[in-house]
Design a protein around this ligand. Structure first.
Ligand code: NAD
Length: 477
């Protein structure tokens, strides 16, 4: 049952104070599922006030008690995962198995940060003078403003919420209005686990107004955003002008390099399933396929067959492997990217068209002969379109891999340890995966460099983004 989704402000689920609602659509059918409350600026002001109260109470709770509450929230998320996954598929479109995996993964993320909370160690620095104690202490940074997108309604939010809550911060989350129910269900597990009022706030509504207000508000001490590079740069600029700390998880255009000594069957199988996962709407999706000329035809044929075999349809159908694009903007974007590539000389090997006229379905697509000035080879496509290009030399493929300002994810396939080492050190990328897809587990770093942003949202360093370092020196008198 998909019901209307409310805001959560100061410990209460509520409508927007001006009574505004936005429709939530099922991207597989085009039907309106329900409505989501739209926050007014009065609601946003209330959020900015109550988050400070929440921070004051929560930062006084011991790390061990934070850990206990978070473990409870993680278990509630696991218990409710089947129902939440259905909501996610209905609002976002991804197949049910992917939605369930994302929800259960969210529980693992909460567990990871819960445990990290207990290890937010400071240190003692050896003094130059007898009797001096030099202490490094970690303290929560303060109330956080977070902005998360629609492609992974739980996963994008849970990393930010869990890190903030574990560190002893409060958090105002501006969630994705297009996919609000699963994000709200995530907030609810924390509320039901006993999180005090004001520690988590959930808003939906006008992104630009909410972010501009919160970033400038003196109560907010840290900004964290996942989304496009263009928006990330704008928010980083606003945050800079208010001297706020930021974490930016932005877009990518990941090179996937297949050398002539690779296991081509493995490369085709892993890269095609990752390309079409979540209909390509994944920030680390493999994007520019750079394949050695000697194995190019074999790879293209295998990849095109995999694309054609991919079962596309409503994600609630358990046989479906790829759902619709999450909104009609993405279908239009695919049509524009493909026609631009074709106008610049590309050939459509398979796909290259929308499917049907109900829902946002676009065929898994493979393009050959794509010129490097095509938009597809320069922008984040965020859809199920794979341009495959041949290369002949190591230097050439490194130059193409690093040509763009992005630096989020990069992939390579080779049986040679030497080539693997050389390419992983040559990639200008925050994350590199060789011969498999090995990203995004809670214990692993997750983040980009260059225009893909900065800061990690996973692994042992992630909590630090929500902590201040305080130095105390003292001497006994
Ligand atoms: P968009 O760039 O307008 O929005 C991306 C996300 O940022 C959305 O959640 C949106 O609500 C939010 N946003 C937009 N303006 C904002 C602002 N001023 N303040 C705070 N949040 C703001 O566009 P879109 O059509 O939703 O997506 C387009 C592109 O964004 C995609 O093609 C993709 O490149 C990128 N994107 C990346 C990710 C990611 O995981 N890195 C996720 C979603 C979208």
């Amino acid at each position: 049952m998909y019901e209307n989704v409310l805001l959560f402000i100061d410990g209460t689920w509520c409508r927007g104070s001006e009574g505004d609602w936005m429709p939530v659509k099922n991207p597989a059918t085009g039907e309106v599922l329900a409505r989501v409350a739209r926050a007014s600026m009065a609601d946003v002001r209330r959020a900015a006030e109550s988050t400070l109260t929440g921070f004051r109470s929560w930062s006084a709770v011991s790390a061990f008690d934070r850990y206990l509450l978070m473990r409870k929230a993680a278990n509630l998320l696991r218990e409710r995962a089947d129902g939440i996954a259905r909501l996610m598929t209905m609002e976002q479109g991804k197949p049910l198995a992917e939605a369930l995996g994302e929800t259960l993964h969210g529980a693992d993320v909460i567990d990871w940060f819960a445990e990290e909370a207990r290890r937010a160690y400071g240190r003692v620095i050896p003094p130059r003078k007898d009797g001096v104690y030099q202490l490094v202490i970690k303290e929560p940074v303060g109330p956080v403003a977070a902005f998360t997108p629609w492609n992974f309604p739980i996963n994008q939010a849970v990393r930010k919420m869990s890190a903030a809550i574990a560190a002893g911060c409060s958090i105002v989350l501006r969630g994705p209005g297009e996919t609000p129910a699963s994000c709200a269900a995530l907030v609810k597990v924390f509320v039901d686990a006993g999180l005090p009022s004001g520690v988590v706030t959930l808003l939906f509504g006008a992104a630009a107004e909410i972010s501009e207000y919160l970033i400038g508000h003196p109560n907010i001490r840290k900004i964290t955003f996942t989304g496009s590079t263009a928006v990330g740069k704008h928010l980083a600029m606003l945050a800079g002008s208010h001297m706020k700390r930021i974490t930016m998880e932005l877009g990518g255009n990941a090179p996937a390099v297949v050398f002539d000594d690779a296991d081509i069957d493995v490369a085709v199988q892993v890269l095609s399933s990752q390309k079409f996962r979540n209909a390509g709407q994944v920030c680390v999706s493999p994007t520019r396929f750079l394949v050695h000329a000697d194995v190019y035809d074999q790879f293209v044929d295998g990849f095109a067959k995999a694309a054609e075999k991919t079962v596309v349809g409503n994600g609630l159908d358990p046989t479906v492997q790829m759902g619709p694009l999450a909104n009609d903007r993405r279908v239009e974007a695919m049509e524009e990217l493909v026609s631009d590539a074709v106008a610049k000389g590309a050939t459509v090997k398979t796909g290259g068209r929308r499917i049907g006229n109900v829902g946002n379905f676009y065929a898994p697509t493979v393009l050959e002969g794509v010129s490097s000035d095509s938009r597809l080879m320069n922008e984040e496509p965020f859809g199920p379109v794979a341009p495959i290009i041949p290369f002949t030399s190591f230097d050439e493929v490194v130059a193409e891999s690093n040509r763009l300002p992005y630096g989020l994810a990069a992939y390579a396939y080779t049986r040679s340890l030497k080539t693997a080492n050389m390419i992983s050190s040559a990639f200008e990328s925050g994350m590199v995966s060789i011969n498999h897809h090995g990203f995004a587990l809670p214990e692993l770093p997750f983040g980009g460099i260059k225009d893909s942003g900065y800061g990690t949202e996973g692994g042992a360093d992630a909590l630090d983004a929500y902590l201040n370092t305080k130095f105390v020196t003292q001497i006994g008198l």
